[in-house]
Design a protein around this ligand. Sequence first.
Ligand code: SF4
Ligand code: SF4
Length: 170
Amino acid sequence: MALTARTRKTKRKKALARALTCDGCPALCCHYIAVATHTPLERLDYELMRWYLVHSGIAVYIDEGEWHVYVEARCRHLSSTNRCSIYSRRPAICSEYGIHECERHTDEADPDITFDTLEEFERYFRKNFRFWGDRIVRKAKPSKKTGRRRKGPVASKRRKRATAARKARS
Ligand code: SF4
Ligand code: SF4
């Protein structure tokens, strides 16, 4: 019987997981937590990100478009030999974490963009976002043809309104 692509992928993952081991790893995955957050939408979000990043041991990262706050924190149940001391009752987040996709065995665990400092975040923000009052809007991507940024939806609405008003006056 022919295997579906999904079955093949699951089998491959299982085989890979069997071949991999945590032996000798300093338990990289037990030294931090990551908390999902949302894309900055308002000035307050921007200031929150800046506040997170002035603290040591904190980073903000974007992975597949999702924003997260990374907090360095050693699990208090990690033994001195880097073993989980509550293995049978460890949180589901731990038991569901796949060895085949962990930071030791693959760079899939590497986020797309990481900000370790305030300056990195601010630079990225200036390049990709701007304030609209207290709101944050994404800057339009530069046109492939001209290299210039296209007008965003708000700007084009204003332009249309201005044109309509001019026509009405004439
Ligand atoms: S899952 Fe990966 S990072 Fe975590 S202890 Fe095992 S090898 Fe290390
Ligand atoms: S509960 Fe166990 S598996 Fe989970 S982070 Fe702590 S030591 Fe690691």
